[in-house]
Write a protein that binds this ligand. Structure first.
Ligand code: ATP
Ligand code: MG
Length: 281
């Protein structure tokens, strides 16, 4: 006899409790046995989650996303980077300067809050603006980064949150010949500080965008970051002429892959999970 699958309701409950169904094969051949088995798993998990939540609430502290943010801030500041905080509200014209207009795929993912204002889908437009201001006052290498919320309408829930946290770092004014080594060095620093062990680089050279670098992690090769370097075709719209390297990391993707998890939901901002612990218990 073949083993009976979990029902849709049982699958939903597993998700709510942060259980991966593949980790708990039903093993039962009758509905009664399967339902009994389900109840045992649910009860055990609720007990464990209650205990974890109690310990977490008793000890004070920070959630994983905040801890990661602190660790990466410390490491980057140690390397001479300055942490900046820029507005969440972005103008339509700043988006257009990134060539994100009606014809761009990302345009359909934008949350508009008024006719000409939206919630930022990325940090790059604000960081470009700072690059120009910084280049007016100093020559040589300038390093800065932002860690903050970004918003995109997404349909794939396993790897995307509509509200997520991006870390975007920029190093500008470095020698042209150093850019490729440096971008890998910085990507490695962030990946290792975040606790990633199984990751690799995918470099591509595009005629339009020059050399790009993605970091993918785990056996499923989940994209955790995307990097680029300048001079870049977008620079002209901002009036920027110096060299730069930049990488944008998804903080929740870093947490999820460092914890060998296949879904992002538990790692982001949520009312269903706190620090990966289910609240629906
Ligand atoms: P994907 O193809 O996975 O949607 P993307 O190409 O849209 O990624 P980028 O625009 O390059 O992503 O953004 C840089 C990084 O931000 C990504 O490598 C990823 O780690 C993270 N990221 C992008 N969109 C999301 C999202 N909706 N939820 C969580 N992280 C995201
Ligand atoms: Mg995307």
């Amino acid at each position: 006899m073949t083993e009976l699958k979990w029902t849709d309701t049982q699958m939903r409950r597993f998700k709510e409790l942060g259980i991966v169904p593949e980790d708990v094969p039903s093993e039962a051949v009758t509905p009664e046995l399967r339902n009994q088995f389900f109840q045992q798993i649910e009860k055990k998990k609720i007990k464990a989650e209650k205990q974890k939540l109690d310990t977490f609430l008793s000890n004070g502290g920070r959630v994983g996303l905040e801890k990661l943010s602190e660790t990466l801030t410390r490491e980057l500041v140690r390397q001479g980077f300055v942490r900046v905080t820029t507005p969440l509200i972005l103008s339509k014209s700043a988006l257009a300067r990134m060539t994100i207009d009606e014809s761009h795929p990302l345009f359909r993912q934008i949350y508009w809050i008024s006719e000409k204002k939206c919630l930022r889908p990325m940090l790059a437009p604000n960081l470009y603006s700072l690059m120009i201001d910084f280049s007016r006052v100093r020559k040589g290498v300038t390093r800065f980064f932002e860690i903050g919320p970004c918003f995109r309408k997404e349909s794939d829930g396993a790897r995307h949150n509509s509200e997520f946290t991006m870390l975007n770092l920029v190093e500008m004014g470095l020698p042209m010949a150093d850019r490729e080594d440096r971008i890998q060095e910085l990507a490695t620093l962030v990946a290792e500080s975040a606790g990633l062990t199984d990751y690799e680089f995918e470099t591509e050279s595009s005629e339009v965008y020059g050399s790009t670098l993605d970091i993918v992690a785990g056996p499923e090769k989940i994209e955790v970051a995307s990097g680029a370097m300048g001079p870049h075709p977008l620079d002209a719209a901002w009036g920027f002429t110096d060299t730069w390297v930049g990488i944008g990391f998804g903080m929740e993707r870093l947490l999820m892959t460092a914890n060998k998890s296949s879904t992002i939901g538990r790692w982001g901002k949520s009312l269903s999970f706190l620090d990966g612990i289910s609240l629906k218990i």
